[in-house]
Ligand binder design. Sequence first.
Ligand code: PEP
Ligand code: MG
Length: 593
Amino acid sequence: MSIQVFGLPVSRGVAIGRAVLVASSRVDVAHYFIAEDQVAAELDRLQTARAAVAEEFSALKADVPEDAHAELVALLDVHLMLLQDDTMQAATRQWITERHYNAEWAVSAQLEVLARQFDDMEDEYLRERKADVEQVAERLLRTLARQAAAQGAEAVPLAASRDFGGDDPLILVANDIAPADMMQFKRSVFTGFVTDVGGRTSHTAIVARSLDIPAVVGAREVSRIVRQDDWIVIDGDAGVIIVSPSPIVLEEYRFRQRQIELERARLDRLRSRPSITLDGQPVALHANIELPADASAAVAAGATGVGLFRSEFLFMNRLGKLPDEDEQYVAYRDATLALGGLPVTIRTVDIGADKPLDRMSLGELRHEHALNPALGLRAIRWSLAEPAMFRQQLRAMLRAAAHGPVRILIPMVAHLSEVQRVRVELAQARQELNERGVPSGDVQLGAMVEIPAAALMVNSLLAHFDFLSIGTNDLIQYTLAIDRTDDAVAHLYDPWHPAVLHLIHQTISAARAAGKEVSVCGEMAGDPAFTELLLAMGLRSFSMHPAQIGAVKQRVLRADANQLASRVHAALAADAPEKAWALALRQEAAGEP
Ligand code: PEP
Ligand code: MG
């Protein structure tokens, strides 16, 4: 029977495929597909870890004092038995041999299957045994991760293409997908994403948009309703997931898919058209990227620069070994070279809150237990708390600047004291390079305006920075006190809120008056619903996922920026700016005053 589940539409389009479930876990679990020729090695890895855990249990048992409660020994026996249970071992191995999951994913997938079986049990005593299975699996997962780290595994080996499980398209269904996992899946085979939790600007949503793959987040119980291999449809425009669709519904969605492809092909044809408004004003359309490999795709999509390189993604999936100066330099240099003389804006790491480092990489760093991570040690605060790491990153950027126009962007600036410290660290980083005789280039320094304080003191910031970039994702979060990843308050996350628009307008106007460049690099920049409004506010530089450039360019080409500007104040003064602006656009189109 077909079931509909509703969530938040965060990445447009239609995907039809079979569900691949990713279980959530209290342990960091790496999820990736392995290639056919890695299957045997992966089975060995699982076996080695299992043997190590069995030894741990035996050692623990031996250490139990004579007079201790016999229950403890019995419990360890149960755990050992679960670990070595033949049926369970065979089932876990099957995930590796048949589906090509990595060992950690296979363990957590099997755990999920068992957890569901336990949840369905009538007998309360048996139901509670679920905790034992979880503990054993978690110990196995930790051991696998430890062993991988000890072997110095760097980047996780990914299957380059899909060589398993037939030709059906796959859709990932999970409670949540960590940003680090999203990066793995970025080079993978999924044609759609669905999660129980998350908001419009959570990083699952952002990465899905960057891949131009349909996604619905905040769909509550979806990962419990959908079963492995179910056929599902994702309607990324309406935010609906249809589980086991009927043939008629499938046909309707296949038709929609074809229409979307035609529309894409039409927008593709705008790729080499210069982005200029009807009244002749050039508008920069830059790209947001996560990895250097994205840079050439950005140029191919018609981007005239990189407006935001989220460097923190280089720090994910590292199993405890963060990138050193040379590795970062190569990444920034490669992006710079790929842009062939166009500007590359690299943001210093925005670690923390919804983009945490994995626990192993945190290692001895001391920032693990934030009470309220979004208000805690993230972004520039994190960097300034780790000055050696920060200078290392700045050195890598300065070295990359020898190969082309690099601009350094500082996230979450709120205090002038931070600005001063950034300047000191930057000067020191350059001096260190000079002392080593390593070439470096000039850089421009910019600040992200993503905390209301920054927007309210924009003139002070402008005195210290060469350019500004408005991070609307966080600016909305902090202005409205809405956690951007929390689906429970997602309906209140409103880019049209008058307070948000006022702060954006004020920032653009102040930067223009000071003769400095200002751009928007949050999700609003890539949403065509805001293109005319941002042009009307005076914005001439937008940065977005490459896949969105065509749709935004189409709006720019049809807009008269001067005419629009004359209508902006009325819309901003309205109680409901969205409606007021829609009316203004209709009047504009009809030539009414
Ligand atoms: C933003 O906050 O708008 C932004 C671009 O940064 P991020 O989404 O990476 O926090
Ligand atoms: Mg931000």
